[in-house]
Write a protein that binds this ligand. Structure first.
Ligand code: GDP
Length: 431
């Protein structure tokens, strides 16, 4: 079995992670006790990809919840679903990273990262054919940026043949009120560029907008945003968890999506996003769902430039004829031809998983390597330069051991990344 270890780091990472397990357990009929309570034989065979099976027949998530302080972990553990997780899989120290990348990266953060690496080693030892890590975190705080960076560097150095696939929540002014999130994010990006194979970028601002405008939730809370993030994770992992016509793994997903090592930052979209009362009764045609996928209304990060995809992976979930999907793809390739680079043939891959998410008849999920994601990095760079031009707030980092050079190194890495995106945009325009 191709096993995956899930790492949930920092407050946001922990809550998104817990929502992912809640979603997945719902789809596989796993109760809070870890026991299987379903009758559909398709739910069981691929469970070991994400779960370990105990000698008593309980399915235990193969995951680690990681935070520098214990509050959010205690909360997850105290809920009725807390019994699902192995008690040793909650790893924490006693001091918060206080929204500071440096506090998360050095000191307790570094010690915690070592503990995580050792635990991963042990978990990998008992796998049959380990395939990689799935990470959830936000890069605006201290733990999800600093400690996650340290962890990814250790893992990439030690398990270099295994994939690191991360779901990263980017900050936004509307949903957060800490000014240094820009610094933390730029520092964390410096790691994500080099120590992560494939990165799904989700901006809180976009998650909020989708909850508010599409799902008609008047005042969305983090839990609503996390439900959306969990739907993306569940959709993206559906072909790893259920039988589908393509045998899929993290390496293949990455291979199809990432044409150059640095350009591994992907957007995600999910459809249908509807008020919950309408979900159970609506069955959209594949073509309509596909249009929703490409609509900016459903893309989970904001993009200022026209979309230009190097590659897309689309998963349809529910009863659908492969010929209908093929026709849809054919139409999309003609209708949206301007939005696909010409230099990668067959860059729209589809998978069908007969099992839809819970309470939905038919859904669709897309991960796209869209060059327009450059807009997310442009915004970060602009904010970084504004802050850094007066060296404002830098003392918080310098006093925790981060060097002056690290500011310029991280800023240069971001500039290079933007340059690379611009290069490939330019290449397309001159064709
Ligand atoms: P850390 O524990 O030090 O990594 O800090 P956080 O995980 O709280 O990171 C701060 C960023 O995460 C900010 O941009 C917050 O808006 C965002 N955030 C915190 N909690 C959640 C959550 O549960 N869901 C989402 N979507 N974002 C969160």
């Amino acid at each position: 079995m191709r096993e995956i270890i899930s790492l949930h780091i920092g407050q946001c990472g922990v809550h998104v992670g817990a929502m992912f397990w809640q979603t997945v357990c719902g789809e596989h009929s796993i109760e809070n006790t870890g026991l299987f309570a379903g009758s559909d034989c398709n739910e069981l065979p691929r469970l070991p990809v994400f779960f370990s099976e105990s000698s008593t027949g309980r399915f235990v998530p193969r995951n680690l919840f990681i935070d520098l302080e214990s509050g959010d972990l205690n909360y997850i553990r105290s809920r009725s679903s807390g019994a699902l997780y192995h008690p040793d899989n909650f790893l924490f120290y006693s001091r918060s990273a206080q929204n500071n990348f440096a506090k998360g990266y050095f000191g307790d953060g570094a010690r915690l990262a070592e503990v995580v690496r050792n635990r991963c080693r042990k978990m990998i030892e008992v796998t049959e054919c380990f395939q990689g890590f799935q990470v959830t975190h936000a890069i605006g705080g201290g733990t999800g940026s600093g400690t996650a960076s340290n962890i990814m560097q250790l893992l990439m150095n030690e398990f270099m043949n295994d994939t690191i696939f991360s779901y990263t929540v980017f900050p936004s002014h509307d949903v957060s009120n800490v000014v240094v999130e820009t610094y933390n994010s730029v520092f964390a990006l410096n790691t994500l560029i080099n120590f992560c194979d494939n990165n799904i970028c989700m901006e809180n601002e976009s998650l909020y907008r989708i909850c508010n405008e599409q799902c008609q939730i008047a005042d969305p809370e983090y839990s609503h945003l996390n439900e959306l993030a969990a739907l993306v994770m569940s959709g993206n992992s559906a072909s790893l968890r259920f039988p589908s016509q393509l045998s899929c793994d993290l390496r293949k997903m990455t291979l199809n999506l990432v044409p150059f090592p640095q350009l591994h930052f992907c957007s995600a979209s999910y459809a249908p996003n509807l008020p919950s009362r309408e979900l159970a009764n609506r069955k959209f045609k594949p073509g309509i769902l596909m249009d929703m996928m490409f609509s900016r209304d459903n893309i989970m990060c904001s993009m200022d430039n026209p979309s230009l995809y190097t590659a897309c992976a689309i998963t349809f979930r529910g009863e659908v004829m492969p010929t209908d999907v093929d026709m849809c793809v054919y139409r999309m390739q003609r209708q949206y031809s301007e939005n696909f680079v010409k230099w990668i043939p067959g860059n729209l891959k589809t998978a069908i998983v007969a099992r839809p998410p819970k309470n939905v008849v038919f859904s669709c999920n897309m991960v796209g390597n869209n060059l327009a994601i450059k807009g997310v990095f442009d915004k970060l760079k602009k904010n970084f330069e504004q802050l850094y031009s007066k060296r404002s707030f830098t003392h918080y980092y310098l006093s925790e051991g981060l060097s002056e050079e690290y500011f310029s190194e991280a800023s240069a890495a971001l500039t290079d990344l933007i340059g690379e995106y611009e290069l490939w945009y330019g290449t397309e325009e001159t064709q």
